[in-house]
Design a protein around this ligand. Sequence first.
Ligand code: ADP
Ligand code: MG
Length: 722
Amino acid sequence: MQQPMPATTSGQKDRSMPQRRVSDTYGCLVFSGDVMLKRLPPDVFMNLEKTIHTGSALDPKIANTVAGAMKDWSIENGATHYCHWFQPLTGLTAEKHDAFLSINSDGSAIEKFSGSQLVQGEPDASSFPHGGIRDTYEARGYTAWDATSPAFIHKVGAHATLCIPTVFVSYTGEALDKKTPLLRSIQAVSKQALRLVRIFGDTTTKQIISTLGVEQEYFLIDAELAADRPDLKICGRTLVGAGAPKGQQMEDHYFGAIPERVLSFMADLEGRLFELGIPVKTRHNEVAPGQFEIAPTFENANVAVDHQMLTMTILQETAPKHGFVCLIHEKPFAGVNGSGKHNNWSLSTDTGANLLDPRDDTHSNMQFLTVLCAVIRAIDSHAELLRASIASAANDHRLGANEAPPAIMSIFLGDMLTDIIDQLQSGEAKKTMKGGDMDLGATTLPQIPKHSSDRNRTSPFAFTGNKFEFRAVGSSQAVAWPNTVLNTIIAESIDFMATQLEKRAGKNPTPAKLEAAVKTLLKETIKQHRRVCFDGDGYSKGWHDEAAKRGLPNLRSTPEALAALRPKKVADLFAKYGVLSKRELDARTDVLVEHYIKLLTIEGRTLAWMTRTMILPAALRAQAELADVVAATQGAGVECPATELDLREHVKMADALRSSMLELEKTLTHSEPDTEKHMKFMRDSVVVAMVKLRECSDALERRMPADHWPLPTYADLLFSTL
Ligand code: ADP
Ligand code: MG
């Protein structure tokens, strides 16, 4: 008999035991193509596959059969309930569970799940943000099955629920969610890009797919410490906190060795994501202490968006099992790196050819260069809209600060593409710059190929080899909306390019005629829109000045950015591509405005409350102690001017804290019927009062006796994963 190996010091099991491979459990909680193939009659399977892969309309006749198979499969996997899983305008996901259990007329019980229950649900629409599309007395709203994103089983503890991804619309059919417009935008960009590839002679592609891979940054904090911070519990970020003596200045955390406790959290997290068919690939320490990142392999944008939402959910569900709280807020801690979400985006044919792959001889790759110029044109023409798509009170802490790309939307192209753009602008592109090899100086080291371009961390929209990386997206954001905007503006721009080429080259042009038309179109486009291209340091003051000279918009805060959703031309753009009607757009803009006001009200109240009930009393206790010392020394006839000075200083600071608190409380009572004005008031008065109060609190924290400070400090929190 084989002797078991002794347990390791960390309590791990016998390493000689055969381990289950990840690939064995990958996707085991997904109603995937394989499961369908096994469980559905061939004709039903083919029918459903057609909808999933070619975007053809769902055949209602197959719903009952699919529902039956889904029910059996999910019950075998422990599910007792099903839910329609959707993405309302809260920016989160929503689910209402219904039991499979049904009671027959004779009182016996049976599990049931019908086609109509699979296809359609009816949650109360008026209880979700709707921006005025519904009144409270008009409660009806519908969820409808999105067969293009696979159903899955969500396990929480011992409970399992079948989740069916759905869209969520009002009784009048208007979108009340983030998925409906995303699906419409995917269709819009596919239609226009298909026109373009046809012009370049592609007769076989049937569909163009938006591809998406989203890198997620997050913090882990010890759960016991986080429990003592009301700001973290309520707002997901610290509202006060003096900087720790050590932050990220040693640059020793990024890509550093992952502590064991964190690694076991990550392994658990990844295990759960793998079971859900989410192809996470990369994990590492991020820049700030306690900050980490997880990234998947890219997928089609609809599935990637659903998987991103699920990743955020599972991150937060898994952390407590390891004694952590996972913070996905954009700025949990002042003075250290915030968290973003790099939105890697591209377009591909249905056979997997990436339209943004420059290939070897890029200068002669007319289709690639046309798509590239369409992207440049889109970002320049719709910069304000793109900026608006990532606007939130939380992201305002990052954009424009010296850590995240600025609020100015610009494109990083890198040396190789910039060189080609230069050539195109002066008439004809004749060569492609090569990276070559790098000699590392020691003969034992390999010669490594060098990319033709370096990277740039400071650009909000960077070309990274064969995709664009929209880096200004916030870490807590639902990525459906920025991708809806991205797809729509690219659809418009590709539409423009295709229309111009059709006009200039005519129907069925000769290659020479097409090439001539492409050359002049690209030259014009580059001339007109290249101001949006910038490869330098986006953090620098110089760029802000230069961008202003170039006439690029710089919408620094959310109130300015959301205003960019109001002009008629924006409503016309969304309407033209069938993504959102004016009413739908106005409704979601209203929701974003309201959300900004509500969120800052909650933060302001939390800070005022913490100050009144925790920080100020602690400051007064410390003050009384200090006063006792002064009185005792004076009573003993000892001169102690330094302690008296301390006391005086402390009294001044506690007074400043109190008056800043009163000022904040006053701003929070302000009411304003005009929400646009209210939003600006929040930015100019409440946020300003919060910053001032925080300064007073942080100054006190730096000098108060540690045992009097009522909150875990930054040093406690940031180094709590070690
Ligand atoms: P880096 O950010 O260091 O360039 P990767 O090249 O690994 O890292 O890519 C980051 C993310 O971009 C990953 O999620 C990856 O799957 C995704 N990605 C790669 N190619 C594409 C593509 N064609 N479309 C969309 N996302 C992509
Ligand atoms: Mg990246």
